[in-house]
Design a protein around this ligand. Structure first.
Ligand code: MGD
Ligand code: MGD
Ligand code: SF4
Ligand code: MO
Length: 731
């Protein structure tokens, strides 16, 4: 056995600690660290595939430049930086800052150091055009928090809750919405000590199998279901009178708005038993402490802001936040979370501020600029047109809704740059593809996860845990790869820009501003210096965290939630006017009426062994699924004369795609579940058995979009189906 090194997996945001077995400086095997005090040895097949990724023959070892004929040829990274900087400078000087946009995808978040460098660069060129995957993911979270207000005493966590409700999130597979830390174990453990679980999902998901109550509704009905639950809570007096009086405004408005959502009405609308709905409401409201989290399903199925808003409102009227005197599970190791007080911050601007987009009356939001409008901003001529786009660890061609429009837009760009280790669908359309180092080749910390937990229930660490890891290997011999941040530094140098780095170690704007670091633009900082700037004045100094490469729970002073400030006036708002108006629309059921001609709803789901569009072809990850099947209920299959392996046409109003039928008893009748980020470019994706299909093509960004975040329907999309090729005929 070779040398074993500690590292952090960065394939997804869960940041699992890993042990990497090395032979001759090369990783040969990844396993979990059984001695880790919180993850207890967890890893998944994606993390265990890291050695393959580093040595895959598909990995780019050199940056690429698009040639006149559209093919790509290697280019030294320094030369690529020179050329890119010159082109960007020309675009900036000619058309102004708004003509340059970035898109930060999931790997731009998982590689946390780079993210801030990209922002520093955008600050330096003064461009507001910052798109990210957040607004095509769960934008409702940040927007609802802004409308409702946040609790300064901290979020509720699964380990200490008596009840939990998962609405369209499947943390056992996604590591999201419950706990990122070994979620299967955490949920089983919590169940053993008596946690009561409500799950709302059109599928019998991994987490639904543990539920005390599983509501398996028609998709797209979460606002109605939650309004129905709130009505039960009001009617049966199950809310926390004292907490509500002290902390909540809009109580009467909410109560009136949900009054129309009687159990029978909701039961008929969502096709769930009325009695189960009532029981679910009682289970959550009667618990001493409960958490309610939603995931991508409901955030993408229409009225996502409203779903998230009703969940926060339910938490608040039931008084489910941490109370005065409660111990904070994680007072902070790498991030200063700010004072914990038993009081709400009032609402803050949710939308309509900052940069105005030129289409659909959209503007900046608490979740960021609407990415669903990025393609229009590129396509639309005139003042402010976006001409250059830098994709950092993202794959717009696979991930953005409305793939046909995205395809037109990406090809219309004067300059498109992807920082990506693979010739993805997006990279193939890029003028330059910058080849990055992969995770085992650079330093990292767990600050991202810690930060997520400060704002979101169901995220973060429930102990003062942190890990730092050094790079454990060099890139393959003969390669010319860089750390992603070096790209932004390199082009800034060439463009004569100054970069100022805001730290991750502070959450408040004042703390960020006071601890910002001006980078030396003459002498390139080291990666370690970048991390030191990013985690300046962290509660436990980074130098201390570096001492334990395995990750550990730090002995930080205990923090208890302080009493509310005397005269504290801010309150939660549970009666926001726009949200109450949306409830009326939901009640009226306009959307349902319009969609009567469609037999099915396409719902979004994740696969355990794959992460979005990443490394689909990796041998172990693709053992079970080499494409994204169209998971169908057996009764629906029978009714349509279909069998597993049949290729169907999935027909939405916007476009059609192919789907490969797979029998799935867990899927509710009337729904078909397919995973996003598969397929290929339009016209190059006919061989569905090889590529899978791109569900993004079924969404129209111009229809049924959220008026604030711009997110269109990406789940619960009305579809019809038609047999194209029977499995037998194909054999
Ligand atoms: N219809 C539909 N559409 C969806 C969704 C859905 O549920 N349904 N989900 C949405 C959601 S939640 C999201 S977050 C987006 C995802 O949107 P994106 O973030 O745009 O998509 P990813 O596939 O995660 O992109 C990650 C990219 O990073 C690259 N990469 C991998 N490793 C590295 C590395 O070490 N360094 C660098 N620089 N790059 C690396 C990968 O090759 C890949 O191209 O998709 C959204 N689209
Ligand atoms: N293994 C794996 N892990 C991942 C990812 C991955 O691709 N693979 N992607 C990562 C990313 S980018 C993200 S954002 C997170 C997302 O994390 P999650 O939001 O937990 O993602 P999913 O597992 O797809 O769970 C969404 C659930 O919503 C359900 N659903 C669909 N439509 C509706 C609806 O209208 N109402 C309700 N109530 N439910 C509905 C689906 O059946 C599905 O079970 O996961 C992250 N983790
Ligand atoms: S869940 Fe899997 S992919 Fe995500 S960090 Fe852990 S090992 Fe890596
Ligand atoms: Mo996501």
């Amino acid at each position: 056995m070779g040398d074993v090194k500690h590292s952090i997996c960065r394939v997804c945001h869960a940041q699992c600690p890993i042990l990497v077995e090395m032979e001759d400086g090369k990783p040969v095997k990844v396993v979990g660290d059984k001695n880790n005090p919180i993850y207890h040895g967890y890893t998944c097949v994606k993390g265990r595939e890291l050695p393959y990724m580093h040595y895959s023959d598909k990995r780019l070892l050199h940056s690429q430049k698009m040639q006149a004929d559209g093919t790509h040829a290697p280019i030294p990274h320094e030369q690529a930086f020179d050329e890119v900087a010159e082109k960007l400078k020309h675009i900036l000087d000619t058309y102004g800052p708004r003509s340059i946009a970035y898109y930060v995808g999931t790997h731009g978040f998982n590689n946390f150091a780079t993210n801030r460098l990209a922002d520093a660069w955008m600050d330096a060129i003064e461009s507001p055009m910052r798109f990210s995957s957040v607004t095509i993911d769960q934008p409702g979270k940040a927007i609802a928090t802004a409308l409702h207000g946040a609790w300064q005493g901290g979020t509720t966590n699964l380990d200490e809750a008596d009840a939990w409700m998962f609405v369209g999130t499947n943390p056992i597979v996604s590591m999201f919405g419950g706990t990122p830390v070994n979620p299967a174990r955490a949920i089983q453990k919590a169940k053993k000590r008596g946690l009561e679980l409500v799950v709302v999902d059109p599928r019998v998901t991994d987490v639904a199998k543990h539920a005390n109550i599983h509501l398996q509704p028609k998709p797209g009905n979460d606002p109605a279901i939650l309004a129905g639950m709130l009505r039960v809570i009001f009617e049966e007096g199950l809310y926390d009178q004292k907490f509500t009086t002290e902390n909540v405004e809009g109580f009467v408005e909410l109560r009136e708005a949900v009054d129309a959502f009687t159990p029978d009405f909701v039961a008929a609308r969502a096709d769930i038993p009325a009695e189960k709905l009532k029981e679910a409401a009682r289970m959550i409201a009667r618990a001493a402490r409960a958490g309610c989290t939603a995931g991508t399903g409901p955030n993408m199925a229409g009225y996502g802001n409203l779903t998230e808003y009703l969940l926060l409102s339910m938490m608040s009227i039931c008084g489910h936040w941490l109370q005065e005197g409660d111990k904070l599970p994680n007072p902070g190791v790498l991030v200063n979370r700010g004072p914990a007080k038993a009081q709400p911050s009032g609402p803050f601007p949710a939308w309509g501020f900052g940069e105005k987009l030129r289409v659909r009356n959209l503007a900046n939001t608490a979740a960021g600029l609407p990415t669903a409008a990025a393609a229009d901003e590129i396509l639309m001529d005139g003042e402010g047109k976006v001409r250059a786009l830098i994709s950092l660890g993202g794959n717009p061609m696979m991930a953005w809704p409305d793939q046909l429009k995205t395809y037109d837009a990406i090809r219309a760009l004067d300059l498109f740059i992807s920082i990506d280790p693979l010739m993805t669908a997006s990279a193939r359309l890029s003028h330059y593809v910058i080849a990055p180092k992969l995770s085992l080749e650079y330093e990292a910390t767990t600050a991202l996860q810690e930060m997520l937990g400060i704002g979101l229930s169901g995220e973060g660490y429930q102990a003062p845990y942190a890990q730092h890891c050094e790079k454990i290997m060099d890139p393959p011999e003969g390669s010319d790869v860089i750390e992603d941040w070096e790209f932004f530094y390199g082009i800034s140098q060439r463009m004569g820009l100054e970069l100022t780095l805001e730290p991750w170690s502070f959450m408040d704007p004042a703390g960020k501003a006071a601890n910002a670091t001006k980078l030396d633009m003459a002498n390139k900082p080291t990666a370690s210096e970048i991390w030191e700037a990013l985690l300046k004045k962290s509660p436990v100094p980074l130098s201390e965290v570096k001492k334990s490469e395995a990750g550990k729970i730090y002995d930080v002073p205990e923090v208890r939630v302080a009493p509310r400030d005397e005269g504290h006036a801010a309150r939660f708002d549970v009666g926001n006017e726009v949200m109450m108006k949306e409830l009326e629309e939901v009640k009226a059921g306009i959307v349902q009426d319009r969609e009567k001609d469609y037999a099915f709803r396409m719902i979004s789901r994740r696969l355990h062994d794959h992460h979005n569009s990443n490394w689909h072809f990796a041998p172990r990850m693709s053992r079970q699924y080499k494409y994204n099947p169209a998971f169908m209920n057996p009764d629906d299959m029978k009714a349509h004369g279909l069998k597993t392996g049949d290729i169907i046409e999935v027909i939405a109003e916007r476009a059609s795609i192919k789907g490969i039928v797979e029998e799935a008893p867990d899927v509710r009748e009337g729904s078909i579940a397919m995973t996003h980020c598969w397929g290929d470019l339009p016209g190059q994706d006919d061989d569905v058995l090889t590529h899978g299909s791109n569900t993004g093509r079924l969404s129209s960004v111009e229809k049924d979009y959220d008026p604030y975040s711009g997110i269109p329907r990406m789940s619960s999309i009305p579809i019809n189906i038609r047999l194209l090729q029977s499995a037998v005929a194909a054999e």
